[in-house]
Design a protein around this ligand. Structure first.
Ligand code: ZN
Length: 244
């Protein structure tokens, strides 16, 4: 099976369109979306529509959840809160119905898909250390757990026999060790934060046993222009150009 896994689109239509074209030129059989379809970007309805039309399974992210929760946005930083309040006003009924009914996880025999962590995914914790990763490997038994949320792509490998954990930078990675399991962060389509402003997503091919990190150029300036037009804070506009 050949999967494309995307995450953290954040209303960036230019980025999502470019990523979908790249996905279709890579002949995948299933497209999974790990959530945060909206928040930050000026096209939440258009992005929700594209996700709905093209993704086989979509998981809820914390920004999607925040649209429907009066408490959550208050815990966001100021810029994220401004963005989510704008998004909440902008979303039409069709988008709201779709986002409000997303599940918190999806799985099959090969993989588990969540937005944040396999442990209680609705708590929106982050995996940022070896200790976080070790803890989270206890909460799934699949070979792969795919996550987004941090907007930082990478692979964490857990070797079952030795208990060893290794962090692998995004690369074209070939796995053939049956005793290892993996947490794969697919990075972000709409707001990468690893100092590379290009969109990021992952292809998993379970026949060739490869995890491929794809970077896709898109019209960043066009996107930034639209963000300014709707009055998004300048910090949010410049950060997408710098991938931070
Ligand atoms: Zn996000």
């Amino acid at each position: 099976m050949r999967y494309a896994v995307i995450s953290d689109i954040h209303g960036n239509y230019e980025a999502l369109s470019a990523v979908l074209s790249d996905i279709y030129s890579n002949k995948v059989e299933m497209i999974l979306c790990l959530g945060d379809v909206v928040g930050y970007g000026p096209n939440p309805n258009e992005c929700t529509q594209l996700i709905r039309d093209h993704c086989h399974h979509t998981i809820m992210g914390n920004h999607d959840a925040a649209v429907f929760d009066p408490i959550m946005p208050q815990e966001f930083n100021k810029n994220a809160r401004i963005a989510i309040e704008w998004t909440s006003r902008e979303l039409n009924k069709k988008s709201r119905d779709f986002l409000n009914n997303l599940p918190l996880k999806w799985d099959n025999d090969e993989l588990l898909a969540v937005h944040a962590t396999p442990y209680d995914s609705h708590l929106w914790y982050y995996i940022t250390s070896i200790e976080d990763a070790r803890f989270n490997f206890n909460f799934f038994s699949h070979s792969f757990c795919f996550t987004g949320h941090t907007h930082i792509p990478g692979i964490i490998r857990y070797e079952e026999n030795s208990g060893e954990i290794a962090i692998i930078k995004p690369c074209n990675y070939r796995y053939n060790d049956e005793n290892s399991r993996f947490i794969v962060n697919v990075g972000s389509v709409g707001q990468p934060r690893d100092r590379d402003s290009r969109s990021c997503y992952v292809i998993l091919d379970t026949d060739t046993k490869e995890v491929l990190f794809r970077r896709v150029e898109y019209d960043i300036q066009g996107y930034q222009g639209k963000m300014r037009l709707i009055g998004m804070p300048e910090f949010l506009v410049t950060r997408v150009g710098e991938g931070r």
